[in-house]
Write a protein that binds this ligand. Structure first.
Ligand code: SIN
Ligand code: FE2
Length: 215
């Protein structure tokens, strides 16, 4: 009894997810080729671009979207828009492989029947990062967030409801999926600067798919 406890308790404690965040390691690996093909198709119609923050800085991650709306930022602020401001066209539709993966991952985390209407696609080259922020431009916070990592690894920062809450640091690798929602839906989160490297299937970049219900 005592021996078992002593052997395993520290390991389990050290590996526990932060409360309110579900980490599904390698969950997307079985569909990686479909996901990469879908991202390429989206980026052909709606190219990656470095959007401008309201403060006038270019974001270090390049972004595009697919779905009924897309997340955009410029000098006017953060918002969802039905049209890609760069092409003037609607965003490409959400590929079924993304919607299905998001639904399955959300269900694993206890959120039944999640159906995203937007996927923000982030592309990080080494050195790019995402500072701590809340996802709060959506109309309804009852749906969770499903976030898929592909390519180079990165450290995910998962804080609390206050910007000053000290974030957990969670290493993410190719194929990992994160789900958070309910009481942690508005938690601050971000990505530490991506380290130099080259992933065999994805190259010298990290791709992130963030699926949400915005409308
Ligand atoms: C985001 O919060 O928009 C991106 C998170 C990530 O790249 O993993
Ligand atoms: Fe976010």
């Amino acid at each position: 009894m005592g021996l078992t406890h002593d052997l395993f308790a520290p390991v389990l404690a050290g590996e526990a997810d932060p409360p309110g965040l579900t980490h599904l390691p390698a969950f997307a690996v079985p569909v990686e080729q479909e996901l990469l093909a879908a991202i390429n198709a989206v980026a052909t119609a709606a190219p990656f671009r470095h959007m401008l923050t309201p403060g006038g800085q270019h974001m270090s991650a390049a972004m595009t979207n697919c779905g009924e709306v897309g997340w955009v930022t410029d000098r006017r602020g953060y918002r969802y828009d039905r049209l890609d401001p760069q092409t003037g066209q609607p965003w490409p539709p959400l590929p079924a492989c993304l919607t299905q993966l998001a639904g399955r991952a959300a269900a694993e985390a206890g959120f039944a029947s999640f159906r995203p209407d937007v996927c923000l696609i982030n592309r990080y080259e080494p050195g790019a990062r995402m500072s701590l922020h809340q996802d709060r431009d959506e109309r309804d916070f009852s749906a969770p967030i499903v976030s898929v990592s592909l390519g180079l690894g990165a450290t995910f920062l998962f804080g609390g409801l206050k910007r000053t809450d000290r974030p957990h640091r969670l290493p993410l690798v190719h194929g990992d999926v994160l789900v958070w929602g309910g009481p942690t839906r508005l938690n601050f989160h971000g990505i530490a600067p991506v380290m130099e490297g080259c992933h065999p299937a994805v190259g010298r970049r990290r791709l992130n798919l963030t699926m949400r219900k915005a409308l």
